[in-house]
Design a protein around this ligand. Sequence first.
Ligand SMILES: C[C@@H]1O/C(=N\OC(=O)Nc2ccccc2)[C@@H](O)[C@H](O)[C@@H]1O
Length: 474
Amino acid sequence: VIAIAWNCVNAAHVNAQQTATTTQKPIALQHGAHRIGRRTDADMEKWRAYGLGQFIHWGLYSIPAGEWNGKQYSGAAEWLKSWKEVSATAYDSLMYQFNPTKFNAESWAETAKQMGVKYVTITTKHHDGFCLWPSKYTNFTVANSPYKKDIIGPLVKAYDKRGIDVILYFSIMDWHNPDWRYDIKTREDSIAFDRFKQFTRNQLLELLTLYPTAKGLWFDGTWDKSWVKQAAFADSLEKEMRAMRPGLIIGSRFRADEYGKRHFDSNGNMMGDYEQGWERKIPEKIADVHGNDWDCVMTVPENQWGYSKVWKGHIKTTDELLEMLAKCVSLDGNFVLNFGPKPDGTLRTEELDLAKGIGEWMGINSEAIYNGEYAGLVKQDWGYYVKKTGTNKIYMLVFNVPVSGALNVVLPSRTAISKVYDLGNPGQNYAPEEIGTSAYFIHLKQQTFKRPFVIVLETADNSKNSGAQYQKAK
Ligand SMILES: C[C@@H]1O/C(=N\OC(=O)Nc2ccccc2)[C@@H](O)[C@H](O)[C@@H]1O
């Protein structure tokens, strides 16, 4: 009964999205969304269960790290080449300085393993066009740097070995390729961009061929008119990639429909397999995610993805990042934390410290994150509910303890609690005080907690017996 109730809640979300479009007559689309609602195959179910991921932004931009001729660039370090003070040729010659002698794929993957991530998204080529793999379609790759060797292959191997799935980040926009255009205005633009489209297709098929275990592609740099006008080409390329790699996971940012609509097509249906709009922001409520899969990608400082010498503004703490993780999982999403490795191939200390802090918490509480989903319960003052997929277990991820020390719990009607315990201290059982129909107070045994903690509610359907499980309110 509970499972059915929950599925009805979820289905309602998908239908809500469709009803939003069924009020007006749907537009016939050749290149819109090819599926309505979530993918139900095993590959996507595994992706849905990840909970926690790692993003890695690494490339030539990591060398100047946001500084050029002694001046600090105010934008994101990986956008340095777009700064008017930086000449393209001077930037591109950074290739001859790329020599990460301390790069060790095993050590990055081990850090990620200890942190508890289940997937990693790695930049193969960012907007600057420099390829971290020896692509045969351009000279602007690691092969022509002092380092010479492939970076992507060893990373895929090291992460796969630890059971961490790899997603390849790929920027369509490529500032190095002379055939890139921001818009197609002239016949010359069109001829050049046709060459660019073939180059892009060649590189993507090359990546899928060289790294067959990659589970998906995280596309970026797809907002300019030139690419937005390529609905038919991008649609056929997506079909070709999916045919080449059944189960491949591609987000909503890859292609636009024939009316230029991105992320959601002209009928309001999501493009691709999960929503990629949550970049450095998190949805507030379940209605915001429209029943779709999604991931939130997050920087440690305000907005730096590549390594930056200067981290301006607020630097997020372990507890802040844990709360973002909890919020994402409680709303059916994954939380992906970014790392910007240094030019020598080592990870920066602040990021290693965060990986350690998050890993320590995950070591105790990952049961509440992996295979976690929306519990059908709204956010509470004390924190977030997460339901374990396919079970009757609900987790309370507690970030704010009330002065009363009593956590208020209201469950769907006719849901009783059969067992309550502290995930970090299973011997610590609680006897909730029933204060109403399916409403309880859980009286905590202590007032101060150094880290967020998790209480497990094993729920049961008590529509059969009317007797209360615990003492009535006095
Ligand atoms: C992950 C980030 O992705 C980017 N850009 O993201 C977006 O464009 N995000 C976006 C744009 C419009 C709506 C929502 C998100 C890149 O430019 C940046 O360097 C980094 O790689």
